[in-house]
Design a protein around this ligand. Structure first.
Ligand code: PLP
Length: 406
């Protein structure tokens, strides 16, 4: 059975070009880049070059503003805890209700340790309200942590605008953005549109580098304390011997994302739109989460009324289709995702959420396969639902009222 991989927001396949760029540092060039002898110099050069590549990718920032880390989670933890430790006088954090746990969890931890955290709500489409954001800023606001695009829905936040507003309100407020889902997909111009952003994080494995490498941009002069303490690597701001092959791989992945960006994006968008239209046409009572908001071109998050997303995934899996749901199985009960809850997805649909996220290796055949299988899966699950009338392929009247919230 062939695999149709539609979970590129979870991770991506390592590109052959990336693998090739890493190879030498696993074998002949295994040396520690900090060693003084000549033989270690290719490893040190690889890191230097990678830093140049990533600095260019981020809009031509300074090389010293780029730190290599192990993943976006580390970058985000470093930025948030590092900012708090360096600025004890400021005790307020602004974030959103829909951040990835790598920010959300840290913010909740900061709240437990006595900081005041504002979690900004989103509307039904997943958008933030600018007025609410402005009202949230306070004289003691330390940092604003707002993701660039949401991993579950693909909804893009106006980080450029939010950062400008924060700086105009008070230049000392730090702005952190989680660009894990946008690196390689949207421009990250930290000298242009994103010039008011102080800290930006992303992970290699979302753009065809391996898992286990990430980056953190720290604008020069940003007061943060190091998180990893030890050797002098990364200018003393992130200790630990550098992961040379993975850093070389990250640089190659970043180049690759730029080389054929327009063509790859156009194809991904076409396939995503085809899937979206096709599923809406074929499946009654289906919602596209984030519809109406600016969205990443690769992400499609849908909620199918009256069935469980887990059931859909299970059956898609039996047909070789890899996707993910918006639910997290906690203590035996299926908790709907905090993102969809914040968007107030109706309760008849929130459990039936599925995320399809495309990538550079998806094909027309993949989309055709999904459009063939998905409606059959939904129909078979709905036959088991007490709310569905299979004879007429529509909800029973009482269920229709529940759907409308009446
Ligand atoms: N932020 C976002 C938006 C993500 O989607 C992810 C991963 O799914 C992360 C942070 C964490 O990335 P990593 O697991 O590579 O640390």
């Amino acid at each position: 059975m062939r695999t149709v991989y539609l979970d590129n927001n979870a991770t991506t396949a390592i590109a052959p070009e990336v693998r090739e760029a890493m190879e030498a540092y696993f074998t002949a060039e295994y040396f520690n880049p900090s060693s003084a002898y000549d033989r270690a110099s290719p490893a040190a050069q690889a890191i230097k070059r990678a830093r140049e590549v990533v600095a260019r990718f981020l809009g031509g920032v300074e090389r010293s503003e780029v730190l290599f880390t192990s993943c976006a989670t580390e970058s985000l933890n470093t930025a948030l805890y590092g900012a708090v430790r360096a600025n004890p006088a400021r005790r307020h954090v602004v974030t959103t209700a829909v951040e990835h746990p790598a920010v959300d969890g840290v913010c909740k931890d900061l709240a437990r340790s006595g900081l005041d955290v504002t979690f900004l709500p989103v509307d039904r489409a997943g958008n933030l309200d600018l007025r609410t954001f402005i009202q949230a800023l306070r004289p003691d606001t330390l940092i604003v942590a707002v993701m660039h695009a949401n991993n579950e829905t693909g909804v893009i936040f106006p980080v450029e605008q939010l950062a400008r507003i924060a700086k105009e309100t008070d230049p000392a407020i730090l702005v952190l953005t989680d660009a894990t889902q946008t690196a390689g997909k949207l421009p990250l111009d930290l000298n242009g549109a994103l010039r008011h952003v102080d800290l930006l994080a992303f992970s290699g494995h979302k753009l065809h580098a391996p898992k286990g490498v990430g980056a953190l941009f720290v604008r020069r002069g940003t007061p943060i304390r190091p998180f990893m303490i030890g050797g002098h690597q990364e200018g003393g701001r992130r200790a630990g011997t550098e992961n040379v092959p993975y850093i070389a791989g990250l640089a190659r992945a970043v180049e690759l994302a730029q080389e054929d960006h327009a063509a790859v994006e156009a194809r991904i968008r076409r396939l995503r739109d085809q899937l979206e239209r096709g599923l809406l046409e074929r499946i009654p009572c289906l919602e596209v989460n984030g519809q109406g908001a600016p969205r990443l071109p690769n992400t499609l998050n849908i909620s199918v009324h009256f069935i469980e997303g887990e059931g859909i995934l299970y059956q898609l899996n039996a047909h070789g289709i890899c996707a993910s749901s918006g639910s997290a199985c906690t203590s035996g009960s299926l908790e709907p995702s905090h993102v969809l809850r914040a968007m107030q997805v109706p309760f008849t649909a929130i459990h039936g959420s599925v995320r399809l996220s495309l990538g550079r290796y998806n094909t027309d055949e993949d989309a055709d396969h999904v459009l063939e299988v998905f409606p059959r899966v939904v129909a078979s699950l709905r036959r088991l639902s007490p709310y569905w009338d299979p004879a007429h392929d529509r909800p029973r009247p009482e269920a229709e009222a529940m759907m409308r919230g009446t």
